[in-house]
Design a protein around this ligand. Structure first.
Ligand SMILES: Cc1ncc(COP(=O)(O)O)c(C=O)c1O
Length: 370
């Protein structure tokens, strides 16, 4: 598939946009899709508003099921990963002998904050140190001690641009009777993910980054094998097996992941995200990743190994390159900013995320500034 002309599908913008790890760009057609899915049913001002809107949320779940190879019923819309984490933790009954949640110093802080608060309910957190090699399964094996009841695995840690071996880690946690929660915020729509090949219990993601679907459309996937163990506390009528039963004295959990849903949902974010997900699914994540590697390789060829902070090998690296130019760093950052290259920086260096919205010519223009 020829990916190059696809950049024209993204909104016209100034400069070279390399921030898809933060906010992915919308498509030219996104506003029109939002008008059709959200505004038109509302403007129709009849009994069918919710039928249309719920149809859009259904389409969102269908697109996620295609993207990640799961059943639609295992996906529940969420507003953010952090709130999904909190709901998951308080839905599980605690085994006093396995009340440690294992995570890593390199995980995204928001998720750790949510876990810390949930830990108030009797869990304790244990962090894998920042200098441990979390790509090495032995680091996980050593830390998965008998007291660990749950593990958080961040597929792509945003500060170091590397992939973790989720299949291996979840296979190990499964063997040790430890529940697993996988954060795919930085990998969804850029790394191929097949949920059927993982041994995960919960998977959390959102559409604001590589999907280009805007903020507010997050999701959780719950393994159908454990759904009956989950008794969420934060519920509403959309968590009910029959939301329209309207018996105030009777609550029955939805049989699938929708038990985690809650009260009246928002709609607009899911309309937008479903549209962008459809675009991603049409192209296919394998093709998108191939294009990302091609553009990233062009950049890698122009920097020294010492300047590349993220892994060199495509199978270890994420969609994001992290570069540090040592003594030249500040001058280079200034030059990139002056030339309207859009990027951000973290302690390890500047983060550049080549995606469908970028052309090869843009990457060549970027390189000429190094
Ligand atoms: C790895 C990772 N997880 C989670 C998030 C966001 O979490 P939330 O949806 O709770 O804001 C980010 C945002 O940058 C992230 O990089």
């Amino acid at each position: 598939m020829t990916i190059e002309p696809l950049a024209d599908n993204y909104i016209d913008h100034r400069g070279i946009y390399l921030l898809s790890h933060s906010v992915g760009l919308p498509l030219n057609s996104s506003e029109q899709a939002a008008a059709a899915g959200f505004w038109q049913p509302w403007r129709g001002a009849n009994n069918d508003i919710w039928t249309h809107w719920l149809g859009c949320i259904d389409a969102y779940r269908d697109q996620l099921a295609t993207l990640l190879n799961g059943e639609k019923g295992s996906f529940c819309p969420q507003t953010s990963l952090s709130s999904a984490v909190a709901k998951i933790v308080d839905s599980l009954s605690l085994d006093k002998n396995k009340n440690t949640i294992l995570l890593s110093e390199e995980d995204f802080p928001s998720i750790a904050f949510a876990l810390q608060k949930a830990a108030g309910g009797g869990y304790r957190l244990k962090f894998i140190p920042a200098d441990a090699d979390t790509a090495d399964i032995n680091a996980w094996d050593q830390q998965m001690t008998a007291d660990v009841g749950m593990v958080l695995v961040t597929h792509v840690q945003s500060n170091n641009g590397r992939q973790l071996p989720v299949r291996q880690i979840t296979e190990l946690s499964c063997r040790k009777g430890i529940l697993s929660m996988i954060d795919i915020a930085q990998s969804v729509a850029i790394l191929p993910i097949d949920l059927q090949t993982w041994f995960a219990d919960f998977v959390l993601g959102s559409c604001v980054k590589w999907v280009g679907g805007g903020p507010g459309a997050a999701f959780m996937w719950v393994n159908p094998d454990i759904i009956d163990q989950c008794q969420p506390c934060h519920v509403g009528w959309f968590s009910h097996a029959n939301p329209f039963e309207f018996d105030i004295h009777h609550f029955d959990y939805a049989a699938d992941a929708l038990r985690f849903w809650g009260g009246t949902p928002s709609v607009y974010p899911y309309v937008l995200a479903a549209h962008s997900l459809g675009f991603i699914n049409n192209i296919g994540v394998n093709n998108i990743r191939g294009y990302n590697i091609k553009l990233a390789d062009k950049i890698i060829q122009q920097v020294s190994p010492a300047e590349l902070q993220s892994p060199m090998e495509p199978e270890l690296r994420s969609g994001t390159l992290i570069l540090h130019f040592g003594a030249r760093q500040q001058a280079l950052l200034n030059r990139l900013q002056q030339q309207q290259v859009h990027f951000d920086t973290r302690t390890k260096g500047l983060r550049l995320s080549p995606h469908l919205c970028n052309s090869s010519q843009q990457i060549e223009a970027l390189i000429s500034l190094f």
